[in-house]
Write a protein that binds this ligand. Sequence first.
Ligand SMILES: Nc1ncnc2c1ncn2[C@@H]1O[C@H](COP(=O)(O)OP(=O)(O)OP(=O)(O)O)[C@@H](O)[C@H]1O
Length: 625
Amino acid sequence: MDLEFRNLKYTVSSPLSKGNKREVVKGVDGRFSSGQLVAIMGPSGAGKSSLLNAISGYRSAGVTGELLVNGQPRNEHQFQKSSCYITQEDLLQPLLTVREAMDVAASLKLPKGSKIHSEEILQELGLLEHQHTKTDRLSGGQKKRLSIALELVNNPPVFFLDEPTSGLDTVTTVQCVRLLRQLARQGRTVVCTIHQPPASLLELFDQVYVIADGRCIYQGETGAMVSYLQSVGLPCPRQHNPADFIIELTENPDNINILCEEIMNGKLYKSAKIETATEPLDNIELKICYKTEDDAPETEIMLSNGKCTYKVPRYKETDSVSTTSSEASNGNSSMAWMKIQSDSCTYSTSYCQQFYILLRRMMIQISRNRQGLWIQLIHHVMCGLLIGACFFNMANDGTQMFNHLKMCVGLVIFFAYTQIMVPVLVYPQEVKLVKKEHFNRWYSLTPYYAALTVSKLPVQVTLNIIFCTIVYFMTGVPFSVPRFIAFCLIGNVVSLVAEGMGMAIGSVFNVRNGCAVGPTSIAPFLGLAIYGFDFAHRIPLLMNILMKTSFIRCGVVAMVLTVFGFNRTPLECKEVYCHFAKPDVLIKYLDIDRTSVWLEIATMLGIMFVFRSLCYIGLRWRFAT
Ligand SMILES: Nc1ncnc2c1ncn2[C@@H]1O[C@H](COP(=O)(O)OP(=O)(O)OP(=O)(O)O)[C@@H](O)[C@H]1O
């Protein structure tokens, strides 16, 4: 599958400087042929990753220009099914073995009943002996190979890799590039960004695309780079690595201008074969001479700009299913692949199957996270014991009205803070991994989100019930089945709302200082909860609405109604007069006598739905840009 891009621009805008847009890729052209291993090179910050993201479709917001496949405008949806993107960071599902990760990928990416070639792929990539090793224990090179193996499962014809060699030693780097070359030789188009490869590594690439300051300064065969530099009066010294030299040249903006003009910002393609065959022509503007051969699958355009002549392969546009020479030579061609894929639906498996496979994967990961489970259990038990000890046997004391309220507020805050922190901190990392899998067409967002929600419930509910039981019996709240059920239910619903809120934040923002964001987000809800108690009947309408939608307030109201409602008998009074000994008096005083536990729980469920929808929309937005 041949890729082409014309006048490709990628503009970014900083959220801190409104309206201040910056073009990081500046109207470049280029083409990458099938069967070729292509390196996108350039100095740091030149726009390599941005270019790769734009060509692959991994980033779409801010990208303009023409993207073509085999000479035809590309259908993004179709293209995503036939390409894969491997991120610089090795984003692998933790707590699964190599084999399990492969099997999950295969079951998601291949139609049910297909023959799975996990073992062959692992063997080919030298990972078979590590198939029972957990992914997080693999070395850097092994992780990279596994990332490739996971995408090889459905054999896509186009591979994009962002800095596949970063963090690898020299030997592993060479092994990795050889592997990519092998993939390209099998008929695939393999495009990767690379920083500054040593000469021995550079020659493994068939084609090089050099970018500096967002502009193309060289495009062509690796072997033609030295003569190209020579032709523009910037000869590469002997014994000097051409990759190092061309990057050193970019230190001078004048050199970038010369080289960019010479290669016409990527419109020209330098070929080693043609260059020496043609005499340089003086003072001639760009000249195009077609050299068509009727029986050849490709036509060539000879471009001459006065100094050199370049060969640009060009495909016949008449026949949309015509094949290129490399494709024709390959039985497992990308065209054939595309044909099969275009007949099938978006994903290889149904939403139900995706949900089941993802739920299974998540449950395995949760059950293997023993340390995390123990920490959560200890946290819930310890906090339960602490709150229980603070309010020990106090629940029936009519003189302790403020302590009763403190306990109810404290319990709700515990549920909220415990559940909001984890997603705010952990979810941004998971979003990156899910974005990669979703972009590579493993699964749709809906089954993933459903599986995510369901998978967490068993542990969360069990821990909350343990906590509630400890607090309930230590504080001495009179036992009744409906009250105990309501008590546990409120805890769980508050947890779910807070978790939804944390996920909504984590899905949109990559929060570095997540510790601060969790509590800060809850603070207004807490403020509204407390404010709303004393002045509920006096506050303005808008404030009243905000207060009513504070899930913490709903939780506290429901908790107070649970502890003091359900036909509770008067509390003990050890003093001459206890104003709040009668539960009804307290409920009336707090102005919560017109609502009910179930109404407050229903309101919280509504708020939970809003937060979880925001999280879903946030994920969709992140994945779509
Ligand atoms: N989303 C963004 N917002 C703001 N600036 C961005 C964004 N993405 C990229 N840039 C800027 O665009 C320029 C090119 O970034 P890019 O990551 O593509 O460079 P690179 O060549 O891959 O660099 P490196 O080799 O160091 O990874 C950088 O100056 C970077 O700061």
